[in-house]
Design a protein around this ligand. Structure first.
Ligand code: AQP
Length: 321
């Protein structure tokens, strides 16, 4: 069973869709679970109302992308279980282990006012994984270390107090699945990019998508070749086209005589790829009752799945009735 999440730190974008969500919808096994990790979006300064709205949007996008509603849930709906398990795991984790996490060193260590949760969120992530008994966690390189921590904590708990947790392992996504920022191809397309000009959001209208793609950074050459090292902007466009249409970027390059033609083809392919997801997302967001039902049912199933494991862990560590 696999567990994957999306953090509502911004609006879901084309990179999230092509690199992750679309695959979750098409390749997911019957037991796999997908969640909106809203608690993880609070480790840096955040706006509560905006977070709530983005959580609903991310949940709607997951379902609109074709993930069966019975396999999605929102992390904070399990806050009581996750809070308890996080504490148990924090009592299994050393301070040094948490402080060694590269993401903490990069984003928080030594900075004034840094939230304690930025240090401890990998333990919450371990709780997400271990509560559901996930065997595999698909993550990018940057999250690999956190899955290693979850493995270490599961093993240590099982060895010290009794076998409760499945020991998870990280599965890395296929290479080349990274979509880059259209305005700055040196960076990956990202929800929290400072400038949205290079980020195509799932809910962008077709005209806006066209404008963003037309303004994509390329280079001064005129012939179209696929050369990620030397021409990252055009390579990104060809990879996006391949992601939407199928085929190999290098073969697609041969179809075009100019960058303008590539951009027109990319814009249309992206618009058609995102259109059904956008339309279904908008419809779901307008149907508050349906979205609330999906959320409630998802929470009930995920909570039921984790309850036994949590009460065993509490009992074994010497707590709970
Ligand atoms: N640019 C991308 N190309 C391909 N896949 C991507 N993913 C994210 N960006 C790209 C994949 O989308 C899934 C959900 O992402 P996440 O919410 O876990 O956060 P992230 O990887 O940190 O994504 P963002 O959009 O860049 O958010 P911020 O700006 O908040 O850091 C993951 O499977 C991720 O690999």
């Amino acid at each position: 069973m696999r567990l994957s999440g999306i953090t509502p730190s911004g609006h879901p974008h084309l990179g999230n869709h092509l690199g992750a969500i679309r695959r979750w919808a098409s390749d997911g096994g019957p037991d796999d679970l997908y969640f909106v990790s809203d608690l993880h979006a609070m480790t840096t300064s955040h706006d509560p109302a905006r977070l709530r709205a983005r959580t609903s949007e991310a949940l709607a996008v997951l379902v609109a992308s074709g993930i069966p509603a019975e396999r999605v849930f929102v992390q904070s709906d399990l806050a009581r279980q996750l809070g308890a398990l996080t504490w148990v795991l924090e009592c299994t984790c050393s301070f040094g282990e948490a402080a060694r996490m590269i993401q903490f060193k990069e984003k928080g260590s030594g900075r004034a006012g840094v939230r304690l949760s930025l240090l401890t969120y990998p333990v919450l992530m371990a709780a997400d994984i271990l509560l559901q008994g996930a065997a595999e966690v698909p993550v990018g390189e940057d999250q690999n270390q956190h899955v290693e921590l979850a493995r270490a904590l599961a093993r240590r708990f099982n060895g010290s107090y009794g076998e409760v947790f499945a020991v998870p392992r990280a599965v890395l996504p296929p290479t080349g699945a990274r979509v880059r920022d259209l305005a700055d191809p040196a960076r990956k397309m990202s929800k929290s990019a400072r400038d949205a000009a290079g980020v195509v959001f799932v809910l962008d209208e077709p005209d806006l998508i066209r404008r963003k793609v037309r303004r994509a950074v390329t280079d001064a050459s005129t012939d179209v070749v696929y050369a990620p090292g030397e021409r990252p902007g055009v390579a990104n466009l060809l990879e996006i086209l391949a992601g939407c249409r199928g085929g190999r970027p290098a073969d697609l390059a041969a179809e075009f005589a100019s960058y303008g033609a590539v951009k027109e083809a990319v814009a249309e392919a992206v618009i058609e790829t995102l259109r059904p997801v956008r339309e279904r997302t908008v419809a779901l967001l307008a149907d508050a009752g349906e979205l609330a039902r999906v959320r409630r049912d998802g929470a009930a199933r995920a909570a039921e799945r984790g309850e036994q494991r949590l009460s065993s862990a509490l009992r074994l560590i010497g707590a709970g009735g």
